[in-house]
Write a protein that binds this ligand. Structure first.
Ligand SMILES: Nc1nc2c(ncn2[C@@H]2O[C@H](COP(=O)(O)OP(=O)(O)OP(=O)(O)O)[C@@H](O)[C@H]2O)c(=O)[nH]1
Ligand SMILES: [Mg+2]
Length: 383
């Protein structure tokens, strides 16, 4: 039987240093039973990442594996990137399996928004996600908000899973042996499973976690009291997200580590706003409106006059704006123009996959410049 890396799930091999699961043969001789591959070792100890991207075909094969051994699907999404982490094509892969939808990383948002199910803001966000799921024809058994960093939330998740298991296993249908944690890359699947492992074994950071894409590279089975397995699975990459194009150093900057401080800008028409070099908004006409940014606190936001905006971009790409870097811009392609209008009847969000979103209230027309590889979208505001 092949031996797997306990951090990423890759099958251990000693032949190809650039492929997944590599370990130096001399180092392997010193290891017993469970250990980490070189890539996991470097990520865990030196925050150094060897980029390995999962092929679409591998992903499809894993999903077929799930169909052969069905179980409960715990689909993790990221509240900062809802559109990017709940694509409808992913639900097609789970066919008729029951889905528990988990919206993770709520710790990044103001506590008042989601602290209690009874608050208006909680109900609003829950109903906007439910209607979003409806438009995408994604059917879920339940919707749960949590933070992978909170043990209370982990307890609540475990309770929910147990409820479903009890209901299901008492029906005349089959017994579930697998609870699959699935979703796009970087949503926090392994982080949540690490917390579950820690809760019952006191072992910390068992599975490798990082803010680069495709940290987990194969299924990792975690046995649970001889009853079933939790299964960590590799995440799917969104080709339209910044996460897919940026180096580790830039990712360290754009992925928020703690609570976001939303920044509020009252913009007059003919003003422009930059989120570093990632996005440029020109407010070309309308009434004074409010723009609230939800993204990492470390991102630099610059306001200027619309008439100076293009010149500012060209002149300060590599100093004030700085990110994305020249190398990253080369793979992101040209910038393209999107035009959106908004009115006082409906607050909107412009979502920028991999970065966050901007909530806009007022009326007018925006011209937004973003790289052609990134799919920005307008949606009804979630808050
Ligand atoms: N603020 C916050 N960050 C989180 C949370 N959960 C995970 N993260 C961070 O998100 C990043 C990705 O976490 P992972 O657990 O590696 O994500 P994953 O879904 O397993 O990613 P892949 O293995 O690539 O599919 C890491 O930097 C985590 O620290 C959370 O609830 N809140
Ligand atoms: Mg993972």
């Amino acid at each position: 039987m092949s031996v797997k890396c306990m951090g990423c799930g890759a099958i251990i091999q000693t032949a190809s240093p650039n492929q997944k699961g590599y370990i130096d043969p001399k180092v392997l001789e010193t290891k017993q039973e469970q250990f980490y591959c070189k890539r996991c070792f470097d990520l865990r100890h030196y925050n150094k990442n060897q980029k390995i991207k999962i092929k679409d075909q591998d992903y499809l094969d894993w999903m077929k594996e799930i169909q052969h051994h069905p179980g409960l699907i715990v689909w993790i999404a990221d509240l900062l990137d809802l559109d990017g982490t709940i694509p409808s094509n992913l639900s097609n892969l789970f066919k008729k399996l029951p889905i528990l939808m988990v919206i993770n990383k709520i710790d990044l948002f103001p506590k008042t928004l989601l602290e209690s199910k009874k608050t208006k803001s909680h109900q609003k966000i829950e109903s906007s996600i439910r209607s979003y799921l409806k438009t995408k024809k994604i059917q879920v058994m339940d919707l749960l908000f949590m933070s992978g960093k909170s043990m209370d939330d982990i307890d609540f998740l475990l309770e929910k899973i147990k409820e479903y298991l009890d209901d299901y296993n008492h029906s005349d249908y089959k017994h579930w042996d697998y609870i699959y944690f699935v979703g796009m890359t970087n949503v926090g699947k392994s982080t949540i499973l690490n917390q579950i492992i820690k809760k019952y074994t006191q072992e910390e950071d068992f599975i490798t976690v990082s803010n680069t894409v495709n940290t987990t590279l194969d299924f990792i089975y975690i046995p649970w009291h001889d009853q079933f397995y939790f299964v960590d699975t590799p995440g799917l990459i969104n080709p339209n997200s910044y996460l897919n194009y940026l180096d580790k150093k830039t990712l360290d900057k754009i992925i928020p580590k703690s609570y976001l401080r939303p920044k509020v800008y009252q913009l007059e028409p003919h003003q422009a706003l930059f989120i570093q070099g990632f996005l440029q908004i020109n407010f070309i006409e309308g009434e004074k409106s409010s723009f609230v940014t939800y993204c990492s606190n470390t991102l630099y936001i610059h306001r200027t006059k619309e008439e100076n905006a293009h010149e500012f971009y060209q002149n300060h790409l590599d100093d004030i704006l700085k990110y994305p870097t020249k190398q990253e811009r080369a793979i992101l392609g040209n910038r393209t123009l999107h035009q959106f209008s908004f009115s006082k009847e409906e607050k909107i969000d412009i979502s920028i996959p991999g970065i966050g979103f901007i909530s806009i209230y007022g009326s007018g027309t925006l011209q937004i410049y973003c790289f052609e590889s990134i799919q920005i979208t307008k949606r009804k505001a979630i808050f």
